[in-house]
Design a protein around this ligand. Sequence first.
Ligand code: ZN
Ligand code: ZN
Length: 340
Amino acid sequence: MSSAIHKCPSCGGNLVFDASVNKVTCGACHSQFSVSEIESFHEKKTLKDAQYKAQTHGYHCQNCGAEVVTETETSSAFCYYCHSPVLFTDKMMGNYEPDYILPFKITKEQAKTIFSKWIKKYKSVPKGFASHDHLEKITGIYIPYWMSDASASIYKSGIGDLVTMKRKGDKVYTTTKRFRFQHSCIVNIAHVKTIASDKVDQALINSVESNTKGKLEDFSTAYLSGYFSQRYTILREDVRKTHEDVIQRCVRGVADELHYYENVQYDRDEEVIDSIKWSYVLLPMWILTYNFKDKVYVYALNGESGESFGEIPIDYSRKFLRFVITFVIILAALLFLFNH
Ligand SMILES: [Zn+2]
Ligand SMILES: [Zn+2]
């Protein structure tokens, strides 16, 4: 086998054959595998990806660039995002099977009710925004994420001072004691996530992001029935650095809390990321978009927690009309009082 074409099963990094241990080692996460483990992993993965491709259809929206996957060719042939007509195709490029999924809990009916309650708070929205026909366009879509789970080790040993202060009367006494210390610990950082699509409004989606801990299921295309799924457009390689930085910051945070000695002289001061496991994950979202004066307004509702956030189109002509009506009513009331 050639190491150049084989990727690490845990993190997707490049594998190199290490003759000294007769194993294949990952340059990025340092995991080790036997050659047969790698072969069977890649065989299984290729098979699963082929099945996934065969079981799904998709469209690429010519208008807004959305890349969407479905389990069946649904009757609705409009793009969930820009509402343009779309054509389904069986040939989704570079499409591979997600590892985990957070299934929908909020039904379409519940999503519509939550939206209707939310929109009632806002006056002066365009008529069509809250209409029944528009509300029917609310679409359940799985948003793709790159997720990493990391394990790190911290080793700290050396000598340091513990300084205590005591007040007696108006005098302050400082005592300094020197200690030898040795600390080591393992830190597990779970579910660092980044949206894997640049075709969605990331800030908006982030504002209603799910807590996924303990809730993810192994992926099956069965979960896609009746829903869409946005295909990843951002490669895992492109978020690797961001995730590593987040993980490093977490480890640093733990390391900083490990002791409170001052004037420290270290014999050993190490923070090592031992492994990073990467997964491709889908999270549920109800999305309703609205085109108003050449801008797409997005309403996003977390399909698991029901939390929602949206941009409000304001129809200034309605706002003005409302103002005029209020003004006329007040004027009429004043005239009435004045004449009686
Ligand atoms: Zn790796
Ligand atoms: Zn579109």
